[in-house]
Design a protein around this ligand. Structure first.
Ligand SMILES: Nc1ncnc2c1ncn2[C@@H]1O[C@H](COP(=O)(O)OP(=O)(O)OP(=O)(O)O)[C@@H](O)[C@H]1O
Length: 831
């Protein structure tokens, strides 16, 4: 007990003695509650008083700066947290009661934003809240022009740099407004960079002082300086990790902004993801491997831009501070000498920099090709296995891999020579020059005064050397960043191309890759080609039916309306409400005299040989292909009333069985809309798929997750399409070869189901046997011609009856042919 009190007493005594040794402050008799205040006041006095003892003053400066920066660090950290909190509260809309509709995993806010809760960390209970802001359509319309007219007025600018111009446009996406959280992060980063440089200056001075203390054997001073060293180490180490953290955070924020920007254009109602294949740049590696561009290039670009910023900002700040400080020690000539050296080296290195931008871009393209091929393999495993296509696939994938390795090596190989030059110049030449410049003031002082004060010289040399090395380090980092900038130009160009193409495809006047007449002459086929107004047909929406008037079905291509025409002046309407008896003679119509309104439940069968353009008619109805001719009119129902079933059934990856039935509705929307699983069970029963529920799990099977495109058989996949129709209950359905894998009796049942529920449907098929389920038949006869028939007219019924008679006539000969066959078989047996 006595010992503890004694130790405590000694400790207090030591602590009170420390200010006396360090800054000359006697704390004897000062009340404990006032100690902090007295120390601060004394420090302030020392800093302000030029006549105070030099060593006390310097230490006071160091302590004050340490305190100020530590305080600033704490305040900035707290400020950042508060900003984040305010941002979140603002996003919620403060007074607005956010919760309108609560679903299983997300909340819809008043302003259209959504809040989602995603699993976070390993603990299943912990969830992270993610805010998804509503899409700002105006911003995209505004930005479209920036991309469209990019590079058009470069001749009017004296200093034009493609890279800087591209970056300035992309920068608006990364930092959308001045008072953005990313602006704050950049400001914080600059603050910490400045702070880091300040601290380096103090560390350099302290270093010199400590070396001097050791050499002159001043142990007490040495201990005090060492204490200062440890004190300053706190903010110094915090600063370095703060800079790294801010750089990472900024990169992630940029990535979030950019990815969101791309997703909003890529995946919206204008179907850019589909139309991209028609763009003039569709074959470029950026668009051909768009998955790689969105996932990898965006990440690399964001990392590169943040590291280039830090790599440039850091040395620039260092250069400014160190050179100002060194100017006092080395004089203006020394500083000018150093900078002349920098400029010459910078110029030389720039000249010798390999074309890294291009090489990096090529490497990214090769990476994309390789990953894409693997993706293709995964998606078609069964088909390849049936064909025994392993060998050819392996050859192809190996070739792509070899090319990727070549590209990677090429980048490293060209860097070798450059790195040798860079190391020689930056590491060794600059250090040697550093020694020369650091020794200048000592040589001059010794020479002019004739006195060689070793103690002072030592300290000065240590400080100058350290600063010179830091300066050289800053300079060399600046030079290294030439290489980083070259790489960044490659990524910037790829991201810019991606955004420019997306904007072009997303535009309402997208021209499907058509080239203007004058562009053809100039042979201009680049990303800056202005969009043409060649898509001229009219589309009428929310129509009570599907109507095509004078529509030319043309394959979209660079030839625009001069492209391959599949069907000419196509005209039909479902359900029919017009009289077609005075139809245009040039439309080659050969149809019934009068088609009268039949109410709900009309159906049309589109027949024709392979490749004649049947599916293309569906594409026009779904508005994913354009109408080129000016007098073409397409009238379609509202989106919710039209359901197009593609030839190849689609199943979402990793979704539940329920999600496959309700596609394209999401599970959240399903429950949100008040739907129940009971409904789905009934639908499955209707399309005879309810046996899935009997496979052990019962209704729980609706929650089963699998690769449904592999699990379901061809016929099951097609029946699933009918389940979707039954669930969504659209008024109009377009079916493309939707029953060719289904047995005849099931096909009969499903078509009767559609008729029973009075759907209006258009069926695309090659089998005339489906005629019996339809009211009209549209036959694409090839050579751009077509024929529409009312299957309920006397003429058609008579023609069918006639066909039946002909078949019956033929059947009469069957017994004669059987006898003939038997005779032939006997003959063969003798041989
Ligand atoms: N994106 C495209 N680019 C170029 N040509 C295309 C494109 N899509 C379709 N075509 C061509 O258009 C023609 C008509 O295609 P469509 O899919 O309409 O044929 P279809 O009549 O439905 O044939 P099938 O009965 O075999 O399904 C085909 O020759 C096809 O090669």
């Amino acid at each position: 007990m006595v010992e503890t009190a004694l130790t405590r007493q000694r400790l207090i005594h030591l602590l009170l003695k420390l200010p006396r040794e360090c800054i000359g402050l006697n704390l004897d008799g000062v009340a404990r509650s006032r100690i902090a205040r007295v120390i601060l006041e004394h420090l302030w006095q020392l800093v302000r008083n030029p006549n105070a003892p030099t060593n006390h003053r310097k230490r006071a400066q160091i302590i004050m700066i340490t305190l100020v920066f530590s305080g600033a660090t704490a305040v900035s950290g707290a400020g950042y947290l508060v900003c984040g909190l305010i941002g979140r509260l603002r996003a919620r809309g403060f007074s607005q009661k956010p919760v309108i509709r609560r679903t299983r995993s997300q909340i819809m806010l008043h302003n259209g934003a959504r809040v989602m809760y995603v699993p976070y960390e390993e603990n299943a209970d912990s969830k992270k809240r993610i805010l998804i802001r509503p899409k700002n359509d105006d911003m995209y319309e505004h930005d479209k022009f920036l991309f469209k007219y990019f590079g058009k007025n470069k001749t009017s600018q004296v200093f034009y740099s493609k890279f800087i111009s591209q970056l300035s446009i992309i920068y608006r996406i990364l930092v959308p407004k001045i008072a953005d959280r990313n602006s704050f992060l950049i400001a914080f980063q600059i603050f910490f960079l400045v702070m880091r440089t300040w601290l380096s200056l103090f560390v350099a001075r302290l270093d010199g002082q400590i070396v001097r203390d050791i050499i002159t054997g001043k142990s007490r001073k040495f201990l005090v300086d060492l204490l200062c060293w440890f004190l300053i180490a706190f903010p110094a180490s915090y600063t370095n990790s703060a800079i790294k953290f801010l750089q990472r955070k900024l990169s992630l924020n940029f990535r979030i902004n950019l990815t969101r920007y791309i997703h909003d254009m890529y995946l919206d109602k204008r179907l850019a993801f589909y139309k991209l294949t028609f763009d003039s740049q569709a074959s470029s590696s950026v668009i051909a491997n768009i998955d790689n561009s969105i996932a990898n290039d965006v990440t690399k670009f964001c990392d590169a831009i943040c590291s280039v910023f830090a790599n440039i900002a850091k040395p620039v700040i260092d250069l400014v501070f160190f050179s100002v400080y060194l100017r006092d020690n080395l004089g203006s000539i020394g500083i000018v000498g150093i900078f002349v050296n920098y400029f010459i080296t910078g110029y030389l290195l720039k000249r010798w920099t390999p074309p890294l931008g291009k090489l990096v871009s090529k490497r990214s393209a090769a990476e994309g090709d390789y990953y894409n091929y693997h993706l293709n393999l995964i998606n078609n495993t069964e088909e390849i296995a049936f064909y025994h296509g392993t060998k050819v696939e392996r050859t192809k994938v190996n070739a792509l891999y070899d090319y990727l390795m070549d590209q990677m090596l090429l980048v490293d190989r060209v860097k070798v020579n450059y790195n040798i030059l860079e190391d020689y110049v930056l590491k060794y030449t600059w250090s040697a020059l550093g020694y020369v410049f650091a020794s200048i003031p000592i040589v001059i002082t010794t020479f002019t005064t004739g006195v060689n004060n070793e103690e002072v010289n030592m300290r000065e040399f240590i400080v100058n050397k350290r600063l010179m090395l830091s300066l050289a380090d800053a300079g060399s980092r600046l030079m290294h960043s030439i290489k980083d900038i070259a790489q960044l130009t490659g990524y910037t160009n790829r991201i810019f191309t991606l955004l420019a193409v997306l904007h072009r495809v997303h535009a309402s006047d997208f021209n499907y890759g058509a080239i203007l007449e004058d562009e053809k002459d100039l042979n201009v086929v680049d990303d800056q080609a202005p969009s043409t107004e060649i898509v001229r047909g009219t589309v009428q929406r929310s129509f009570n039916g599907i109507r095509l008037e004078n529509i030319d079905v043309i394959i979209p291509s660079k030839y625009g309306k001069e492209g391959t025409k599949l069907v000419k002046k196509l005209r039909f309407q479902i359900p029919p409400v017009i009289t077609l008896d005075n139809a245009n003679s040039d439309s080659q119509v050969n149809m019934s005299q009068k088609l009268t309104f039949q109410g709900p439940g009309s159906s049309l069968l589109i027949l024709g040989p392979n490749g004649c353009g049947k599916t293309s008619i569906q594409r026009i109805i779904a508005e994913i292909w354009p109408i080129y001719n000016k007098n073409g009119l397409l009238s379609v129902p509202a989106n919710s009333e039209l359901f197009c079933v593609p030839q190849k059934p689609y199943f979402i990856q990793g979704g539940t069985f329920r999600e496959q039935i309700i596609y394209p509705m999401s599970a959240d929307a399903f429950f949100e809309g008040g739907h129940r699983d009971k409904e789905l069970v009934q639908i499955l029963g209707e399309v005879h798929l309810d046996y899935f529920l009997r496979r052990g799990k019962g209704w729980k099977y609706l929650d089963a997750i699998a690769e449904w495109k592999d699990v379901l058989s061809g016929g099951e996949r097609q029946r699933m399409n009918f389940a979707r129709i039954m669930f969504h209950k659209p008024r109009f359905v377009v079916l493309d070869e939707a029953t060719n894998a289904i047995s005849a009796d099931m096909e009969d049942y499903l078509f009767n189901l559609l008729r029973r529920y009075r759907y209006n449907f258009i069926t695309i098929s090659q089998r005339p046997s489906l005629i019996k389920y339809h009211d009209f038949a549209l036959e694409i006869t090839g050579d751009e011609t077509w024929r529409l028939q009312d299957l309920g007219t006397d003429e058609v019924i008579t023609s069918i009856e006639k066909e039946i008679e002909t078949l019956q006539e033929k059947l009469k000969n069957v017994s004669a042919w059987d006898e003939e066959r038997a005779a032939l078989a006997r003959k063969l047996a003798h041989i």
